[in-house]
Design a protein around this ligand. Structure first.
Ligand code: NDP
Ligand code: 8X3
Length: 262
């Protein structure tokens, strides 16, 4: 197995959900953790909670220059990133495409695609030079299976899936591993963010079913990282037992009359 004690693990989106749970899981192994997020008070609270070497890094992953400078400027103890967990991301809204907000679309592209690209690009040269490392991306089942209102969110996660496979192609022979973790429904702050702070609407998403927990997903993230260094899990798709698939949707009225009602 890969020894994660003393490994440096940089986690984006570490102030909540999967990122925070992953930080706790890797810290339990004795890893050094770089916590990335925008909410500084949360970063400080995580630092206080985790026992061991932790470097809180307040950063907006959408800011290309800030990402590159912050990662290049990490203190020596945390500078050799062994594992990057790209968890910063969000869905905004569940509107049908003709009515959705372009600002929301921009924000999802800027965070889920461009932010993830910037963080990945910043750590890759060091990993390649050291001939070891692991990039673990948070994709989603939404990157593979479409659902109404998932439009650009699903598109960003399809990018993450294909980008992850493309990285595998580029990094062949480098010793660097890449995994796309693709969860289904998980009750984090994800739906509260998607519904712009409407906690009632967010709670309805998980009503009457048992979603994944952030710890369930952190266990998957940790498992792929802890496997022996010659083993690469390309994709790991994980859903709650109470989530599955539906049939294709069919419009039974003449063209042009229904879909406008959406
Ligand atoms: P949360 O909302 O609980 O956490 C999202 C994290 O992303 C927060 O720590 C937030 O920190 C950070 N973040 C968002 N925007 C930025 C930004 N611009 N710069 C830096 N950090 C940012 O959601 P989850 O933990 O559930 O989601 C994590 C990832 O997993 C996302 O990519 C999401 O799309 C994906 N996912 C979620 C699923 C779910 O059902 N929950 C299922 C499948 C995938 P801060 O606000 O402090 O910056
Ligand atoms: C989050 C899972 O199904 O809400 O990526 O899109 S879903």
């Amino acid at each position: 197995m890969t020894n994660l004690a003393n490994a440096t693990v940089l986690i984006t989106g570490a102030t909540s959900g999967f990122g925070a749970a992953a930080a706790r899981r890797f810290a339990a192994d004795g890893a050094k953790i770089v916590l990335v997020g925008r909410r500084t008070e949360r970063l400080q609270a995580m630092k206080a909670e985790l026992n061991g070497p932790v470097f809180p890094l307040a950063l907006d992953v959408r800011d290309r220059q800030a990402v590159s400078e912050a990662i290049a400027g990490l203190p020596a103890e945390f500078a050799r990133v062994d594992v990057l967990v790209n968890s910063a991301g969000l869905a905004l809204g569940l509107e049908m495409a003709p009515r959705t907000s372009l600002d929301d679309w921009d924000d999802m592209v800027d965070t889920n695609i461009k932010g993830l690209m910037y963080c990945t690009r910043a750590v890759l040269p060091g990993m390649v030079e050291r001939k070891r490392g692991h990039v673990i991306n948070l994709g989603s089942v939404a990157g593979t299976y479409p659902y109404p209102g998932g439009n650009v969110y699903g598109g960003t996660k399809a990018f993450v899936e294909q980008f992850s496979l493309g990285l595998r192609a580029d990094l062949l022979g480098s010793g660097v591993r890449v995994t796309n973790v693709e969860p289904g429904m998980c009750d984090t702050e994800f739906s509260v963010v998607r519904f712009k702070g409407n906690e009632g609407q967010a709670a309805k998403v998980y009503q009457g079913m048992k979603p994944l927990s952030a710890d369930d997903v952190a266990e998957c993230i940790h498992w792929v990282a802890a496997l022996p260094e010659h083993v690469n899990i390309n994709r790991i798709e994980v859903m709650p037992v109470q989530q599955a698939f539906n049939g294709f949707a069919v419009s039974r009225v003449s063209a042009g009359t229904t879909d406008a009602a959406r």
